[in-house]
Design a protein around this ligand. Structure first.
Ligand SMILES: *[C@@H]1O[C@H](CO)[C@@H](O)[C@H](O)[C@H]1NC(C)=O
Ligand SMILES: *[C@@H]1O[C@H](CO)[C@@H](O)[C@H](O)[C@H]1NC(C)=O
Length: 226
C-alpha cells in the first residue's frame, strides 16, 4: 500500500528532529512521570531505553524505570552520572543504619538547605520507612539551635541525636564532641561512617539540585508535611 504523502513528510520531520537533537529527546510519553521536567540550567539528557548503558543502569533502580529530572541533568556528564548512581545505590540500599534514620538525614538536610526537589523525592520514602507526620513536622520545622522537649519526645532518643548531628554537619561542618558522642551511643563505628556519608552526600544532592535548578524548583519552599 502506498504511503500517504503526509506520513512521508512526518517521517522526514521525525528524522530531522532526531538528527538535530540526537539523544536529547523527551522520554517516551507513556512512561509515568514523577517530575514536571521544568527547565533546569542545563538541558535534560534522556537517552531512549537500550541506547546508553549508563542511563539504563540508572533506570534499573528508578521506580517504574523512569529517569528523573535529576538523572537528565546528571547525564550531561555521563561519568558523573555513573559514579553518582553507584554511590547512591549503596547509600539507599546497602547501609546498616536504620532506614528511618537514613531518611531523616536526607529530609533534614533538604529542609535546612531549602532543597524542595530533594524533600519532594523523599517525603514519601520517609513515610514508607516509618517516619510519622509528627516526626516529619519536627524534621521540617524544628529550630536548629535547640530541640524542644516536644521535638525530642516525638523523635525518640536516636532520631533526635541524628537530627542534631545532621544540623551540625550541614550548618557548620564542624560536629561538636557532645553531638557526635550522643549519636555514637546508638550506632557502631561502621554506622557512624554511614551516618556521615549519608548526611554529607545529601548535602551534595542539595547543592547539585538547587545550583542546577533541577525540575525548575530552586526557588520553591520545602512544603510543610500534612
Ligand atoms: C508506577 O507505575 C504505576 C502504574 O502505571 C503507577 O500507578 C505509579 O504511580 C507509578 N509510580 C511512580 C512513582 O511513578
Ligand atoms: C545491596 O543491597 C541490594 C538490595 O538489598 C542487594 O541486592 C545487593 O546485593 C547489596 N549489595 C552488596 C554489595 O551487598
Amino acid at each position: 500500500m502506498a504511503r500517504h504523502p503526509l506520513s512521508l513528510l512526518l517521517a522526514l520531520l521525525a528524522s530531522v528532529f532526531t538528527i538535530a537533537y540526537g539523544f536529547r529527546v523527551p522520554p517516551t510519553p507513556n512512561i509515568v512521570q514523577r517530575d514536571e521536567n521544568l527547565p533546569a540550567r542545563v538541558p535534560y539528557v534522556f537517552p531512549p531505553p537500550g541506547t546508553d548503558p549508563i542511563a539504563d543502569a540508572i533506570r534499573a533502580r528508578r521506580v517504574n524505570g523512569t529517569l528523573l529530572a535529576l538523572d537528565g541533568a546528571l547525564l550531561n556528564s555521563p561519568l558523573v552520572a555513573q559514579g553518582w548512581n553507584q554511590f547512591f545505590t549503596v547509600i539507599r540500599e546497602n547501609l546498616t543504619i536504620p532506614a528511618d534514620m537514613r531518611e531523616l538525614f536526607i529530609l533534614r538536610t533538604a529542609a535546612l538547605n531549602n532543597a524542595a526537589y530533594q524533600w519532594g523525592q523523599h517525603e514519601s520514602v520517609g513515610r514508607s520507612e516509618g517516619l510519622t507526620t509528627d516526626q516529619l513536622l519536627v524534621i521540617r520545622l524544628a529550630s536548629q539551635s535547640a530541640l524542644t522537649h516536644h521535638d525530642k519526645k516525638v523523635l525518640g532518643d536516636s532520631l533526635a541525636a541524628a537530627l542534631q548531628f545532621a544540623d551540625a554537619i550541614t550548618e557548620s561542618v564542624y560536629v561538636p564532641r557532645d553531638v557526635y558522642d550522643n549519636l555514637a551511643k546508638h550506632l557502631s563505628d561502621q554506622q557512624m561512617v554511614e551516618a556521615v556519608a549519608t548526611a554529607g552526600s545529601y548535602n551534595f544532592v542539595s547543592r547539585f539540585t538547587v545550583s542546577l535548578n533541577v525540575d525548575g524548583r530552586m526557588h520553591e519552599e520545602v512544603p510543610i508535611p500534612q
